[in-house]
Design a protein around this ligand. Structure first.
Ligand code: ARG
Length: 571
């Protein structure tokens, strides 16, 4: 059981014993060292309900609570907080247990089927910086749920459908007839621009493009085959990026918008059958009283345009229906830019009204902010174009290579390249994951590649430092008891024991920055420990301390791994 769960359980029992069975124990990490390791904050609420003096009730709780062997001191503070100091020996046992158990002793959660939908790029264009955050955050969440024993379905809901694909396929056919198509498709953006120029300048070409859209939607085999080729080439481009960025996504995770094409008329007719649909200026809409505009009119959620075309929203309703009915998800996380928040709120609401979504499943929009330039506006290239993701990743690796080379001028080229890839990509990912995902942040190469502060290079380096200790020691007693008696040892053991609480919180709230903050705390606690408590003294190894080092290394590598960041044995 996690530390917090255990303390809460024991205090809940104590509260029940003193006559407050409904009170919440509210145990938290202590805010300051003088408050001990944890603090129990539930006495005041209970005292109020029972009309008792809180400090007197606190004393009763202390007398009643069973923390034999777990806590050494329980003190009343302020109006009725209980400060908790954990026992060194007990923390030592937790460290030992974590080292010998699977998953560092972290319990599997009740098994759920969890979908993490992320990346979800539009295949008509090249990937750009706007795709970075969702990719990184989604990938980390998928890893974390997998680690906690969930059945994870990664999903790449790519934009592979819609009118622009008629134009792109038409241009593909045209350039192929000139014998150059596949070469140009490598540069998707140029290809798109050229197709657009042809569309705008040549009426006959535009007619062909429109004809292709109709054929595509009607399931014409020939045009479908061409479209498939286009999609495949475009996905190759995405996969190359995913690989370089170390995302788990591959073609097996792709289920694009096109997949729901046949369901779209059904979505509209089911909404109609349920009396949810209104015709408004030729369009089919669901009016939502829950979302009123300034004039007090309900918002119109459009599911079919005038003329019969379907929209992004219709496809999303199809996807919800498929995910609950066919995939029977317990939870679905849509990792998508926060600017789509209203779309998701309204779409989930419509899905609920239609009965495609119920309380049995938790569908959540996991929004994220924007990556900004130094001017506080969304990051662009000097010429004002969007920053291509492929180029950004190359730059991260190149910058890391310069850095690594300046630090280790003597190490060989191949290992410098290898370190650079891990550090460059790690820095980019960590800079993102360590920020609260709800906020925007300013992109800063120097800050993310710094070896000081809450950065990937700092943590990767901390890991190599711990590992280097093991290269210095010979045989040591693996069966020794861990007894963290010094203050710095106690603090490190406590930090290590908090891993499970951290991961469960991240999984619940989809907030990877809590994990980053935690790993940074582990690394700094280790630093203090390493300065104050020699692991090898006069040639003699202290096995208790070595075990703390061992769990530190394993916690850092596991935690960074859950963020999708590699560790290295040496740097
Ligand atoms: N392809 C969309 C875009 O680029 C994002 C899709 C997000 N996922 C979803 N189920 N709507 O904006």
């Amino acid at each position: 059981m996690s530390l917090l769960a255990l303390l809460n359980q024991r205090f809940a029992a104590a509260l029940a014993a003193v006559g407050a069975p409904d009170a919440q124990p509210l145990v938290q990490m202590a805010g300051r060292p003088e408050f001990g390791d944890y603090q129990m904050n539930g006495v005041m609420g209970a005292a109020k309900a029972l009309k008792l003096n809180p400090r007197e009730l606190a004393q009763k709780v202390i007398d009643a609570v069973d923390l034999q062997g777990i806590a050494t001191a329980l003190d009343i503070a302020g109006p009725g907080f209980i400060n908790i100091k954990l026992a060194d020996a007990w923390l030592g046992q937790r460290v030992q247990a974590a080292l010998s158990a699977e998953r560092l002793g972290i319990a599997a959660q009740p098994r759920q089927r969890v979908m993490v939908e992320y990346s979800s790029v539009n295949l008509a264009k090249e990937m750009h910086i706007g795709h970075l955050r969702g990719g990184i955050i989604g990938d980390s969440l998928a890893r974390i749920h997998g680690f906690l024993g969930q059945e994870v379905i990664r999903q790449n809901h790519v934009g592979d459908w819609g009118t622009q694909f008629g134009m792109l396929v038409a241009y593909m056919v045209e350039t192929r007839n000139h014998g150059e198509a596949d070469f140009e498709l490598k540069d998707l953006d140029t290809f798109y621009k050229k197709a657009k120029v042809r569309f705008d300048e040549d009426a006959a070409f535009a007619d062909t493009a429109r004809e292709y859209v109709v054929k595509l939607q009607g399931g014409d085999a020939e045009v479908l085959a061409l479209w498939k080729q286009f999609v495949a080439i475009s996905l190759e481009h995405c996969n190359a990026i995913y690989q370089k960025l170390g995302l788990l996504l591959d073609n097996g995770d792709v289920r694009g918008e096109s997949f729901y094409n046949d369901d779209l008329p059904v979505i509209v007719s089911e909404l109609r059958e349920q009396g949810l649909l209104t015709e408004d200026q030729g369009a089919q809409v669901v009016f939502l009283d829950e979302y009123k505009n300034k004039e007090g009119e309900p918002a119109a959620f459009i599911v079919q345009k005038q003329g019969g075309g379907y929209l992004y929203a219709t496809t999303d309703l199809g996807a919800v229906r498929f995910r609950t009915r066919e995939l029977k998800l317990d939870r679905c996380l849509y990792v998508v830019d926060s600017r789509q928040a209203l779309h998701f709120q309204q779409m989930f609401l419509v899905a609920r009204k239609a009965g495609w979504l119920s309380d049995a499943a938790s569908f959540e929009h996991i929004g994220h902010g924007t990556i900004m330039g130094p001017d506080g506006k969304p990051l662009k290239t000097r010429s004002g174009d969007s920053v291509k993701l492929g180029e950004l990743l190359d730059e991260a690796i190149e910058r890391a290579y310069q850095l690594v080379s300046s630090k280790n001028p003597d190490s060989d080229e191949a290992s410098r390249r290898q370190i650079a890839a891990a550090v460059g990509i790690g820095a980019l990912k960590y800079a993102d994951l360590s920020k609260n995902r709800n906020t925007d942040y300013i992109f800063d190469w120097d800050a993310m590649l710094s070896f000081e502060g809450n950065t990937a290079p700092y943590l990767q380096y901390a890991y190599t430092r711990v590992k280097s200790i093991f290269r210095k020691v010979g045989d040591w007693d693996q069966n020794a008891t861990v007894l963290p008696v010094e203050a710095a040892e106690h603090a490190l053991a406590l930090e290590l024991a908090r891993f499970e609480d951290t991961i469960t919180q991240v999984a619940r709230d989809s907030m990877p920055h809590f994990l980053c903050a935690y790993l940074y705390n582990v690394a700094t606690a280790f630093s203090r420990f390493y300065e104050a408590c020699p692991v090898i003294q006069d040639g003699v190894t202290n096995p208790s301390r070595l075990k703390l080092c061992d769990l530190t290394a394993k916690t850092l590598s596991t935690g960074l791994g859950l963020l999708g960041i590699e560790v290295l044995e040496t740097m």
